[in-house]
Ligand binder design. Structure first.
Ligand code: NOJ
Length: 742
């Protein structure tokens, strides 16, 4: 009897423990919650509505209906509701639902929230991973203080077609640079991890190959070999997974005939399968329903079936899920396990963000007031803005400007532009007084009394009525600075152009002002590479300034006056004309390569245009010059798992302190399948004082030599490699070969 008692007590304790055991880990909590959820509540979690703030597609309901739907547990996430006040209203509605599952608030925080940073393509030109990470960090800190949990960024689409309007939103054409920048941005947005009050969940988009839209026309089909997909378009997405990105967004395009939202191979086989991605996938805006237009499905019922079974977890604004999933489960077209898996992934993120502990933890009005536009953020915005400016030309060292100039003529349609400096995808910057125009930046740097101004012409208008005044203004000045370019809404979503020349009569105005014979600097503002051949060939100094955000004017003045020595390098090739597109540096050699720009005798060339671009990938000047010498290899042959260390000396051979982005390119000379003529495999941004020399080293290992074969296996092949080190993809300064043995 005495021996039985403790056993009974122990059993009792065990059963009490079983009955009252509290789930401890996030996974246990998710499973416990899932058990309580009805099918309708599960489907609600997969449904995302726009909050009627900024719509980039057709909106399906109005706010009143949405709050009602939220109270009924029919919505898991809302986009474009921002600010502590607004998000609180929506979260309070969610807290009235049966299970009180908090909402996720998402928005396109692409290059800043309150303070705007340079557009992503501009930041990519900095090749400065820590500056890029810092800009995302600040954007996240501000967005999180504004009630946002989730940004639909970074866009990591490789873009090789400057006609495509969204080229502004990514990191350019190169998978290596693009992967490093994807990592930096994910780290920046997610900070020390989800759950921290200054972190927002990132979203790698658009999965996938969206940037390869045929003809550069947004939303168009993509047709490419799977090998190109794996080699060029997937690496930045894989890098985002490795960096711990919380979510993915699929894309509007079809890839080889299969719309991305319904693509099982991409979403389930690659992303969730091979790459082991544990986060969730949201569709793009309405993209599930758009599979009807694609001609892939006949109605929303089939669209929902195909999308969920392909691995798409959340439906952004198409209503296909909310209206059809229950029936699809009843009809046994969608297994409940797939619904559970999608819900599980979404709930896990809500737990990781800490929303179940406190759904209002990102709704602190006091924090919201104090976090925005701090002096540190303003300084960081100016820093990354000037790091993004590319010096394309500087004949006779016209720049930097002398501080002794008496009068400076500022001419062009973008001199006094303020709001325009934000570029596309800046949804929340309301107060334009925070933005520094070129004119204001120059006022600060030079003093108002030295400045003369004439607009000259508009951006797209063809009137030349202002030319005369501009000419006269230029004639009175010691130097002329022209601010020319596109309108900011000429790049961005649905902003593709077939003609990427400097618009309107701007190049004619440049010609007219150039005729004054005054020293002339042209600033080009745009979200894409433009075509501006006359300017490139005749104007002595050109800076490509993109859209630089709030601190644009100060950053440009810093560069013009040499308070900052430009070091940016193009992350994308600039064509001579649209007829060369697509044009990129890492092409194959072909069987009949042209030797030089004049070799058109049955070679792979145009008879009416050179093959070379106007400005190559990796190109960008400095006010100083750099010398490369003394290339050394630790050995000339490596085994598959071995390494070679390569060193060289980089010297500042000019007058100014400055940074150089030294670039490493590799080419396997003989390989099956063939390899590109060169591929970026490393770079270092190095600061050097005048006369200073530093020894730089790169390590060559298996990873740098590997590629996908025609079976889509990542392999290395033994053989001879050419190693090239240079200042741009078309400015190789050091070169030698080495071998990979078996
Ligand atoms: C459509 C865009 O393609 C996507 O990038 C964006 O995140 C959504 N709209 C939401 O605004």
């Amino acid at each position: 009897m005495n021996r039985i008692k403790p056993v009974i007590v122990l059993c009792l304790l065990c059963s009490i423990n079983i009955v009252f055991a509290q789930p401890k880990t996030i996974s246990q909590k998710v499973e416990a919650l899932l058990k309580k959820m009805t099918l309708a509540e599960k489907i609600g979690q997969l449904n995302q509505y726009n909050g009627n703030w900024e719509a980039t597609g057709p909106v399906t309901t109005d706010v009143g209906d949405k709050l009602d739907a939220i109270k009924h547990g029919e919505v898991g996430s809302v986009l474009n509701i921002v600010g502590v006040k607004h998000t609180r209203v929506f979260q309070e509605a969610a807290m009235q639902s049966r299970l009180k599952i908090p909402l996720l608030f998402g928005q396109d925080v692409i290059h800043g929230y309150s303070i705007t940073f340079p557009i992503p393509l501009a930041e990519a030109a900095s090749w400065d991973l820590s500056a890029i990470e810092r800009s995302a960090r600040i954007a996240a800190t501000e967005a999180a203080a504004g009630g946002i949990h989730w940004t639909f960024a970074p866009m990591v689409d490789i873009a090789r077609d400057p006609r495509w309007g969204r080229v502004m939103e990514g990191a350019g054409e190169d998978p290596y640079l693009g992967s490093l920048i994807a990592t930096a941005r994910v780290h920046g947005f997610q900070g020390k991890g989800l759950g921290n009050l200054d972190a927002v969940m990132a979203c790698a988009k658009h999965f996938t190959a969206y940037g390869a839209a045929i003809g550069g026309r947004d939303y168009n089909s993509v047709d490419m070999s799977l090998r190109t997909l794996w080699e060029i378009y997937l690496p930045p997405f894989k890098a985002a997974v490795d960096a711990g990105v919380g979510t993915f967004m699929n894309s509007f395009n079809d890839l080889n005939g299969i719309p991305a939202s319904g693509n099982h191979y991409l979403q389930t086989d690659i992303l969730k399968g091979k790459w082991g991605f544990k986060g969730f996938i949201v569709s793009d805006w309405g993209s599930i329903g758009e599979m009807i237009n694609h001609g892939y499905v006949k109605d929303n019922y089939q669209a929902a079936e195909v999308a969920i079974n392909a691995g798409n977890d959340m439906d952004m604004e198409s209503r296909s899920y909310i209206n059809n999933l229950a029936k699809l489960v009843a009809d046994k077209k969608v297994p409940i396990q797939r619904i559970d898996d999608a819900v599980r992934r979404i709930l896990t993120k809500k737990y990781e963000l800490g929303l179940f502990n406190d759904p209002y933890r990102f709704s602190d009005a006091d924090r919201e007031k104090h976090v925005m536009n701090t002096p540190e953020s303003v300084a960081a915005a100016r820093d990354v803005a000037r790091k993004s400016i590319v010096l394309l030309k500087n004949e006779h060292n016209l720049l930097p400007l002398s501080k002794d100039l008496n009068s400076i003529a500022l001419i062009g349609p973008l001199v006094k532009a303020k709001g325009e400096m934000k570029g596309f995808w800046s949804l929340n910057v309301g107060d334009e007084s925070q933005i520094v125009s070129l004119y204001e930046g120059m006022q600060q740097a030079a003093g108002k009394s030295k400045l003369l101004y004439a607009k000259g012409c508009d951006i797209t208008d063809t009137s030349k009525a202002g030319f005369d005044e501009a000419y006269k203004t230029a004639m009175q000045a010691d130097v002329v600075i022209m601010a020319m370019g596109e309108r900011p809404d000429m790049t961005g979503e649905a902003k593709s152009r077939s003609n990427i020349h400097l618009p309107g009569v701007q190049e004619e105005l440049i010609k007219a002002i150039s005729a004054t014979g005054k020293p002339l600097v042209v600033l080009l503002m745009s979200g894409r590479p433009m075509v501006f051949n006359w300017t490139a060939d005749h104007v002595p100094a050109i800076l490509y300034t993109w859209w630089l955000g709030n601190q644009a004017g100060n950053a440009i003045a810093d560069v013009l006056y040499g308070n900052y020595n430009p070091a940016a390098k193009l992350p994308i090739t600039f064509p001579r004309t649209e007829g060369q597109i697509p044009i990129y540096y890492d092409h194959y050699n072909t069987g009949r390569p042209a030797h030089g720009d004049k070799d058109v005798n049955y070679t792979s060339a145009y008879i009416d245009l050179q093959n070379s671009p106007k400005y190559a990938f990796g190109y960008g000047l400095s006010y100083t010059t750099f010398g490369y010498s003394n290339l050394k290899f630790s050995k000339k042959s490596m085994a598959k798992d071995g390494e070679i260390t390569v060193t060289f000396d980089l010297q500042n051979t000019g007058k100014y302190a400055g940074e150089e982005v030294a670039q490493l390119y590799l080419r396997q000379l003989v390989s099956q399948p063939v390899r590109p003529v060169k591929e970026l495999k490393g770079f270092q941004k190095v600061m050097l004082q005048p006369g200073e020399t530093k020894t730089i080293s790169f390590t060559i290992n298996k990873e740098k030599l590997a590629f996908y074969n025609d079976q889509l296996q990542r392999i290395t092949q033994p053989g001879e490699f050419s190693l090239m080190i240079g200042s741009a993809s078309d400015d190789i300064r050091l070169q030698d070969n080495f071998f990979l043995s078996h």
